[in-house]
Design a protein around this ligand. Structure first.
Ligand code: DX5
Ligand code: ZN
Length: 216
């Protein structure tokens, strides 16, 4: 069964607790938290304090997406903040295996993410050691961007590589996901869909969550 992970990047931070309760009540299975450092990506969001506030106000597993340089310096802070899933970018480290082992050693699901411009082949050596791959279908940094053409083929190529190297690995897809393209993203091989603006930018965010779930 696929999962929906609403991204709080597009939520109202002044009423985050209510927004978190709303997505949970509507049936979302995961809450996605985007961490940006103004260095790996051209935007700054929240750090461990913000992630902890999300964790304290939601019963959903906290899915922390680190879009930061030097991710190894901050893994423990986000684990302490309550991350149940923790993703680093393959482009941000020379030591992906060490990071994945560290995350899993803490009892947290380890994910590795690739940017749109990063080849699928860059995942080959790390797939044995992670629980999921986060395929970016926009250039990370901002919510509300359009799904990049050709991303369905890339997701399918990641799925093919997973089947060869480690079939237990799941795929999460992030960026430009809407109720219009969700079905084809799932068909290409996704297990978890991240949606920010398509949920929190909707007139009826709870209805948008339910609309996604109806497609699953
Ligand atoms: C983008 C973030 C995404 C973002 C998705 O850098 O990683 O998680 O919140 O937003 P939408 O769904 O609006 O593309
Ligand atoms: Zn994200």
């Amino acid at each position: 069964m696929p999962r929906l992970a609403p991204s709080i990047l597009s939520a109202d931070f002044g009423r985050l607790a209510q927004d978190l309760q709303m997505i949970e009540a509507a049936g979302a299975q995961v809450v996605h938290v985007d961490v940006m450092d103004g260095h790996f990506v051209p935007n700054i969001t929240i750090g461990p304090v913000g992630a902890q506030a999300v964790s304290h106000n939601s019963a959903l597993p906290l899915d922390v997406h680190l879009m930061i340089s030097d991710p190894e310096k901050y893994l423990d802070a986000f684990i302490a903040a309550g991350a149940a899933w923790l993703t680093f970018h393959i482009e941000a480290t020379d030591h992906a295996h060490r990071l994945a082992e560290h995350i899993k050693g803490a009892g947290v699901r380890a994910g590795v993410s690739i940017n749109p411009g990063t080849p699928v082949s860059s995942l080959e050596a790390i797939l044995k050691y992670v629980d999921y791959v986060l395929v970016m279908t926009v250039n990370p940094g901002f919510g509300g961007q359009s799904f990049i053409d050709g991303s369905l083929e890339k997701i399918a190529a990641v799925r093919d590589l997973i089947e060869i190297v480690n079939p237990a690995v799941e795929i999460e897809v992030d960026g430009g996901i809407t109720t219009s393209n969700a079905a084809e993203v799932l068909a290409a091989g996704a297990d978890t869909l991240v949606a920010g603006s398509a949920v929190f930018g909707a007139d009826d965010p709870a209805g948008a969550v339910r609309e996604f779930l109806d497609l699953f």
